[in-house]
Design a binder for this molecule. Structure first.
Ligand SMILES: C[C@H](O)[C@H](O)CC(=O)C(=O)O
Ligand SMILES: [Mg+2]
Length: 401
């Protein structure tokens, strides 16, 4: 029988608004960056068919939710926490609905707690914001468990299968990523179908410039952020294959399983089709896997259901011989990736405005957030996820009970 202290309190915070109407920027809501940042510079999106929403993703509200911070306190005073996106609506769900399945409970009951959070919200949840909120709670629970047991999360997940992680970088400057020691560079696609043949030519010219700058062996990938249709994606894949594109990512709507199935069938031999960043739970990933939609799945552990669900998603992928390379999510993904053979490398999102230097992904929200050096990282073996919350960033608890 577990002798762990009981969970006393669950609290959900958002990053306090600075009064300007804007969020404070950065942190877990990594799309919430200022003007001139590569991550908001004319990136192809499903909204780019409307010219007024083409130049900036903030213009259509990509940063509207902001950051969610979940804290779980045990009755001996130990506090676990996690950060993800979801902001105030997710804070409402955590405080008003999910907290009841944790308070008074043994924190080692992760499976039962997940099951109750998921099935109690299923009538209005299943994906998106609700599973995002569940993920935040689940990650905070694993952090608490690690702190109580004085073990890093990766040890509780079965232990590391390799000494260090190897990273590719996502950002607008794969050439800089190569200099910094990464194994590849994933570029944002800048032009979608609404920009026609000229846009397609510009996309290919950017890839060609990076191929020339990086040499033949460096991995180059395109992140299409759900912006394309099947015809455009198939054409892009074939043209980009001539320039050695390693994979085409999230080309279509996450709901278009049939489109992904066709894209994978039609893509040039040797080019990988990847997706899953906006997919959730074992059931969503089962669709991608059974319909043979992709070669690599890319769940975000802060959005897909947390570590408890990621274990199931990973096992499904492994049974099909599919790799799982999680989307971003910093320490929350590092602690998982290091424990799995079918996750041989990891993503690092370049959060420097020019994508030309390594800064912690959730900067400035976490203290002690590790970053790759020369494209490699040994996951620290401090308890939980091994990071602390930067208390200098003002938090607000809108639904305190
Ligand atoms: C660069 C992409 O548009 C997005 O901001 C991040 C992403 O999808 C990824 O890291 O993968
Ligand atoms: Mg992506």
């Amino acid at each position: 029988m577990s002798r762990l202290p009981r969970i006393k309190h669950v609290r959900a915070f958002v990053v306090k608004n600075d009064g300007t109407g804007a969020n404070q920027g950065g942190g877990a809501d990594y799309h919430d960056q200022g003007d001139g940042h590569w991550i908001d510079d004319h990136i192809a999106t499903p909204m780019a068919k409307y010219p007024e929403y083409r130049q900036s993703r903030r213009s259509f509200g990509i940063n509207v939710l902001g950051t969610l911070v979940v804290e779980i306190e045990a009755d001996n005073g130990v506090v676990g926490f996690a950060v993800t996106t979801g902001g105030e609506p997710a804070a409402y769900i955590v405080e008003k609905h999910l907290a009841r399945f944790l308070e008074g409970r043994d924190p080692s009951e992760v499976e039962k707690i997940w099951d109750q959070m998921y099935f109690s919200t299923q009538y209005y949840g299943r994906k998106g914001l609700v599973v995002n909120a569940i993920s935040g709670v689940d990650l905070a629970l694993w952090d608490l468990l690690g702190r109580l047991r004085q073990e890093p999360v990766f040890a509780m997940l079965g232990g590391a299968v390799r000494d260090e992680l190897t990273f590719y970088a996502t950002g607008a400057r794969p050439d800089k990523a190569k200099e910094l020691g990464f194994i590849g560079g994933k570029m944002p696609l800048h032009h979608g179908p609404a920009e026609g043949e000229e846009g397609l030519r510009k996309n290919l010219a950017e890839l060609e410039a990076m191929r020339n700058a990086c040499g033949d062996d460096f991995w180059l990938m395109f992140d299409c952020w759900m912006a394309l249709d099947l015809n455009y994606a198939t054409r892009l894949a074939h043209e980009a294959h001539k320039l050695g594109l390693k994979w085409i990512e999230e080309a279509l709507s996450p709901d278009d399983y049939w489109g992904y199935q066709a894209l994978k069938k039609n893509a040039p031999k040797g080019m990988l089709v990847t997706t899953g960043e906006h997919e959730a739970t074992r059931w969503g990933f089962r669709m991608l896997l059974e319909m043979e939609c992709c070669d690599i799945i890319q769940p975000d552990v802060g959005w897909c259901g947390g570590v408890t669900e990621l274990q199931k998603i990973s096992a499904l992928a492994d049974s099909k011989g599919v790799l799982m390379i999680p989307h971003g999510s910093s320490v929350y993904s590092y602690h998982f990736v290091v424990t799995r053979h079918n996750s041989p490398f990891a993503e690092f999102l370049m959060m420097a405005p020019g994508a030309d230097e390594v800064v912690p992904m959730f900067h400035p929200q976490l203290i002690g957030e590790p970053v790759p050096v020369n494209g490699k990282l040994k996951v620290p073996d401090t308890p939980g996820f091994g990071v602390e919350l930067n208390r200098d960033i003002a938090l607000h608890r809108p639904y305190a009970r």
